[in-house]
Design a protein around this ligand. Structure first.
Ligand SMILES: Nc1nc2c(ncn2[C@@H]2O[C@H](COP(=O)(O)OP(=O)(O)OP(=O)(O)O)[C@@H](O)[C@H]2O)c(=O)[nH]1
Ligand SMILES: [Mg+2]
Length: 610
């Protein structure tokens, strides 16, 4: 079975060339919207800023193609295969920690951008080896643990032909590893993606973390390609079965992803082929098909996809601004008594919404308490499991020592290793368990918050008899991604310090053994206590932070909605009271702006973006 689409020839590519007229028309429409919003003053400056940002994206004309997926699926290797050389660090342990943007340049050049406006570092004229070292020190978890260097992003210029079509390929940190801050870095970065290559592999085909991540990615990027990597591990029959299974799971979990192409590749083989100049391997790697498809896609669809993504975003911003204008216009037009009456009714609705918000907050506090209580239960279970595990390991070490001899150092080494591996593994398991728990706990709160916001907007629209626009789902996603797991606190493996008991050496072997066992029991208890506490404390901070961020975001959204409705009506009401003479002029200005924005909205909606 061939899962890759047929190669398209050049003639076919030319048939679907991008519609440049639509792009320039869209640019003009955004410019006009910016001017109109700027004229409307400070009430509309945030809408103006959002449209300006979209215009910048359109002007840049660059297309952000992100390589996404769970850690260790081979994302960095795939990007290297496209570039034809092993530029980006790859490893068997979770590695990439900083989003890395690769775009066309005649010579290789690296720019490292830092947080807090710190000046960037630039490196050019470097050998592949030197580039490797620089990147290893900056973009990897090992070289730059928890991003202590404060790197914002890394940009690489590279002469690979695939980049000539204006695409920026982006390597992202893998999601779902124990390094939860890497998951966060990728989630934060999603709004900048225009399309994505979602990398999976057969081992296993689709994890729960991946399917959850896909559900987040899916509404956010306009175009998605699946890359089924590491096929070199499989024969044809196994490959068919694995991909079939992947498709089945995908269909069950996210039915709407069905139409997206799946490419079977071996990124490693692709890279080897380019590095050893062996074209036969290139064909076998399957990367040729991805490249052909991408080139065609980039030639034909790039502009349209970008246009489509930006148009959707702009329609939403403009609709919200129009609603604000319509509320003001209606408020300025209606008899003042009528306005006061409707304002009063709306304020009652707001009180109702406020009550709902308070009870939503209570529920959130309740859920937070329950989650924290669960954490305490887990800590207790972990404490018991650790003591049990470490005691058994020590007993095993004793019994493995022949004819009653006791090698104390060896036992201490075993204890040190067991502590590190037990708590390393527990930290990973617990952090992903609580990350999932937080996400599923917050999801109904998100829905409840959306309902309250819709209620306010709908009440304003009904009372003032203006059209109602439901908020876009992307807004919901923005808030959803924030409460995701936020931080990692390293769980240090504690040094196993057993004081040198010189005196023991003088005692008979049996007494020595008993004394050592007692000491070890105390040691196990202390190590367990400290490590469990570290883990509990780190998780507690993460939980508190996640709930706190969520609550703050909800407050902000609530406040924004009230400003856009009640704020707009009140502003009109105050004008009516204070400046009766300028009302007509005001009304004319707002009506012209609303009409103009509405026209812009219809024109954008009618653009040929597909
Ligand atoms: N057999 C095989 N191994 C591969 C292939 N692609 C990548 N690998 C190996 O898989 C491991 C992980 O590859 P990376 O490219 O570092 O994976 P990643 O998805 O970037 O990982 P993170 O940066 O941690 O998210 C490395 O040991 C690669 O050599 C492939 O096609 N076949
Ligand atoms: Mg990587």
């Amino acid at each position: 079975m061939n899962f890759a689409p047929q190669d398209l020839d050049m003639a076919e590519m030319n048939l679907c060339s991008p519609d440049t007229d639509s792009v320039s028309r869209f640019g003009d429409l955004l410019d006009t919207a910016v001017r109109k919003l700027a004229d409307l003053g400070r009430h509309f400056s945030s809408d103006e800023g959002k449209i300006l940002f979209l215009k910048e994206r359109l002007n840049e004309g660059r297309f952000h193609l992100a390589i996404l997926g769970q850690f260790k699926r081979g994302k960095s290797t795939l990007l290297n295969a496209f570039l034809g050389e092993a530029i980006l660090p790859t490893s068997v342990v979770p590695l990439t920690a900083i989003p890395t943007f690769v775009e066309y340049g005649q010579e290789r050049k690296i720019t490292i951008r830092y947080q807090h406006n710190r000046p960037s570092d630039e490196f050019s004229n470097k050998s592949l080896d030197e580039i490797n070292k620089i990147l290893e020190a900056v973009v990897t978890e090992e070289g730059n643990p928890e991003n202590h260097l404060g790197v914002l992003q890394v940009e690489i210029l590279h002469p690979a032909p695939i980049l000539k079509h204006g695409v920026v390929l982006i390597d992202t940190p893998g999601i779902g590893s124990t390094f939860t801050h890497n998951t966060q870095a990728t989630l934060n970065f999603l709004p900048q993606c225009d399309a994505a290559l979602f990398v999976v592999s057969a081992d296993p085909p689709l994890t729960e973390v991946e399917s959850q991540f896909l559900q987040n990615v899916f509404p956010k990027v306009s175009q998605l390609f699946f890359i089924f990597n590491k096929i070199d591990y499989l024969n044809d029959r196994e490959k068919e079965a694995a991909v079939g299974f992947f498709k089945k799971v995908l269909k069950q979990k996210i039915p709407s992803t069905e139409e997206y192409p799946i490419f079977c590749v071996s990124a490693r083989m692709g890279l080897d082929s380019k590095m050893s100049n062996d074209p036969s391997l290139w064909g076998q790697s399957g990367i040729d098909k991805v490249e052909n498809h991408l080139v065609c896609f980039l030639l034909s669809e790039k502009t349209r996809t970008l246009l489509d993504a930006l148009a959707k975003k702009s329609l939403d911003i403009i609709a919200a601004a129009i609603m604000k204008l319509q509320l003001q216009i209606t408020s300025l037009k209606m008899p003042i008594e009528d306005l006061e009456k409707r304002l009063g009714l709306f304020e009652k609705e707001l009180k109702n919404a406020e009550r709902l918000k308070l009870s939503a907050q209570d529920m959130l506090i309740g859920d937070r308490k329950r989650t924290l209580a669960l954490l305490e239960e887990h800590a207790e279970t972990l404490r018991k499991a650790s003591e049990d595990h470490l005691s058994k390991a020590i007993d095993r070490s004793f019994s493995e020592m022949s004819n009653g001899t006791v090698n104390e150092q060896k036992i201490l080494d075993v204890l040190g290793e067991e502590v590190t591996s037990f708590f390393g593994e527990s930290a990973g398991r617990e952090s992903s368990l609580f990350a999932r728990l937080v996400a599923s706990t917050l999801s109904p709160h998100q829905e409840r918050a959306d309902d309250i916001i819709t209620l306010i907007r709908k009440a304003a629209a009904d009372l003032f008899e203006i059209p109602f626009h439901a908020p876009d789902s992307s807004e919901a996603f923005e808030t959803k991604r924030r409460p995701y797991w936020v931080q990692r606190k390293r769980v240090p493996s504690l040094p196993v310090v057993v004081p040198e008991e010189v005196i023991d050496k003088l005692l008979p072997a049996k007494t020595r053994k008993t004394r050592l066992k007692k000491r070890l029991a105390r040691q196990i208890e202390a190590l367990t206590r400290q490590n469990v506490e570290n883990l509990r404390w780190a998780t507690l901070q993460n939980l508190n932070d996640a709930f706190q961020r969520f609550a703050t975001t909800l407050d902000q959204r609530f406040e924004e909605t009230i400003n856009a409705t009640h704020g707009a009506i009140r502003a009109a009401y105050v004008k009516r009271k204070e400046h009766t003479e300028s009302i007509d002029e005001n009304l004319r200005r707002l009506s012209v702006a609303a009409e103009c924005l509405d026209k812009i909205r219809s024109e954008i909606a009618a653009l040929n973006t597909k």
